[in-house]
Design a protein around this ligand. Sequence first.
Ligand SMILES: [Zn+2]
Length: 272
Amino acid sequence: MFSSFIPNIVAAILSVSGADTLSVDRNVVDPTISLIEHIHSEHLITKAIDKQEKAEAEEKRLAGIFLQELKVCYHGAHQNIPAYDKLHTIKNFKPMIEINENLSLATAPVAEGCLFSGFGMRTRNERVRLHKGWDIAHYNPVDIYAAGAGKIKESEYHYQYGKMILIDHGYGVYTRYAHLDSIPEGLTEGAIVLAGQIIGTMGTTADVPVGRHLHYEILTGKYNEQWGSFGLRPVNIASPETIHSQPENHLRKTKSEPVRFFFTVKPNKKRA
Ligand SMILES: [Zn+2]
């Protein structure tokens, strides 16, 4: 065995990592360094496999929580709806969008519901305004899930959004969930939530009457103390790659803090 003529530290490493499976290139002048590098590189490969396995397991777990197919509601006035087929199933629906290798977000963070209004300009009370997210409806107060892991930045009542939650996912990415019926106890500002964790039930809260639905937004930018989450830039959920070409006039900006991007969106890119 090599252990009789190599330093103790390498002998120790060999003893925990299965020395018999390792071979030494006898042409290398310093076998100690060569062995350490060899063990190190093997360890890195194992870590890389673990990471991929974990990512795949997480993907599978979330696929069991979030809607994997989204239908357009049969009732209601549809606006800004992506293309759908005869069965009202949205074509090319992507349940998750990958923001970066550490963050993916659900596009419909519910297990049940149908889409009745999408992202884009729409007319309400004779005013044309940007609808900043997706409206997903259900007859019952079904559960709403965190679209990705993060920290709750806002958990409050807003006259237009009703009971609402804003999650900070890091990387300058946020999600908003509005008109909730109820929010579980403890989900106040600063609480950490996991992807797929229940953060409320679908409701009808707001100062104006609204049908039961979730108003869901994906937002980017720098959280602005003056405007709060209303200083953030909404992302077109159906085509997040168009993020850079959204209408500027709907953004509230301050002179000192222009809207900036902290990441690039790669919609549903397959993991390498
Ligand atoms: Zn809405």
